[in-house]
Design a protein around this ligand. Structure first.
Ligand code: MN
Length: 380
């Protein structure tokens, strides 16, 4: 029995992880859940899964749950609560699926506790990749990617010996706005940008897919996960989202991991690696698919991708600045306060103006947050 701690149990990845647990009660146990704001769904999950621990990260809302309704669950609160559950002796896997930079602290604590980390939150590797990888190497904690692209690459890398990898090819669906022209992007509303063609996800990441910043973050993550330089990571548009990413080896062989778009496969693999179990995902029907398309990504239409490469090459705190500026810009767009095309502009200004040439540590990442927030706020 694998005891799983799910940070962010009410989000898109968290609920899909619980689906997997529901279908495989003999293999997995939801030992601990954490949630921030969707307490209605959290209560349903507590009734159904009866976890031993539950963390309410927003302790100001503790009054909304009566512990007497959940006698088998111990309630903990805030960052301290997260630290406690990820370090529990009984925990085998910590699934980190929290939105935003809040994911960094509990991930670091889980690494210190030598846990296997199933990492879904992008912010951790994007903002602090080098530090996190270094810490994991020190403690021996395994970090398994959950994102479909990195899981694909991770799966293709199994059995490859050091020095075999030539390049990575990340696939991108193109997001909700892929059929619009550059001029049409000016008038895009949040509702339009939130309609992702292939994946159902949270609103932040769906906007990041529409701007292609999501792919930019994935390039930065790939650099850290697979220890490969930025110039050997490429992105290609693949509208069907069947080939989740590819690796090219020294001899020119290319390996892809393919399936119908379904996050349960990568989530499950992060739990069971290196073993595999039934997912219930239908077998790929190549005859019905007929074709897989690949296209270049239009750099003029998706300036965020280039900004991510720029931040990655600049190194140190620049990827964190990119991430924080994007967080704010996306929030402003969702609130209807800036047009869609202003998102990359604000991020570029932040990269131009804020000094990121200091060492990338978690402390510095937290510190620079308010600087970026003030900078963006002053421009709206
Ligand atoms: Mn992805």
């Amino acid at each position: 029995m694998l005891n799983i701690c799910i940070l962010g149990s009410t989000g898109s990845i968290g609920t899909q992880a619980l689906n997997i647990i529901r279908k495989n009660r003999d293999k997995f146990n939801a030992l601990a859940l954490s949630a921030h704001s969707n307490l209605r769904l959290l209560k349903e999950q507590l009734y159904e899964f009866k976890p031993k621990y539950c963390v309410l990260t927003d302790s100001s809302r503790a009054g909304e749950i009566d512990p007497k309704d959940f006698p088998s669950t111990k309630f903990l609160f805030g960052q301290e609560g997260l630290k406690q559950v990820v370090s529990l002796k009984e925990v085998d896997v910590v699934l980190v699926a929290i939105v935003g930079i809040a994911a960094l602290y509990p991930t670091i604590e889980a690494i210190k506790a030598k846990k296997r980390i199933a990492l879904a939150s992008k912010e951790v590797m994007v903002s602090c990749g080098e530090y996190v990888k270094g810490l994991a190497a020190k403690t021996g904690s395994q970090i398994i990617p959950v994102d479909s692209e990195h899981s694909a690459i991770f799966q293709c890398m199994q059995g490859q010996i050091e020095g075999s990898l030539k390049r990575l090819i990340l696939t991108a669906s193109g997001g909700a706005l892929r059929d619009l022209s550059r001029d049409q992007l000016e008038k895009v509303t949040p509702e339009m940008a939130l309609l992702h063609p292939n994946w159902k996800m949270g609103s932040k990441i769906t906007i990041d897919s529409a701007t292609m910043m999501n792919k930019g973050f994935e390039v930065i993550e790939a650099r850290h996960f697979f220890d490969i330089s930025a110039d050997r990571i490429e992105c290609v548009m693949h509208p069907q989202s069947i080939a989740h990413s590819m690796i090219e080896l020294k001899d020119g062989s290319v390996l892809a991991q393919m399936s119908y778009p379904n996050m349960e496969i990568p989530i499950m693999y992060s739990f069971t690696y290196p073993q595999r179990i039934e997912s219930g995902v239908p077998s790929l029907d190549f005859i019905a698919l007929k074709r897989l398309d690949f296209e270049a990504i239009d750099a003029d239409k998706y300036p965020c991708l280039e900004l991510a490469y720029r931040a990655l090459k600049a190194g140190e705190m620049y990827p964190a600045i990119l991430n924080l500026a994007n967080d704010d810009a996306v929030r402003l767009f969702l609130e209807g306060r800036i047009p869609f095309t202003k998102i990359p502009q604000l991020i570029e200004e932040a990269l131009d103006s804020i000094d990121g040439s200091i060492k990338c540590t978690p402390e510095n990442v937290y510190c620079i947050g308010s600087k970026v927030r003030d900078f963006i706020a002053a421009r709206v």
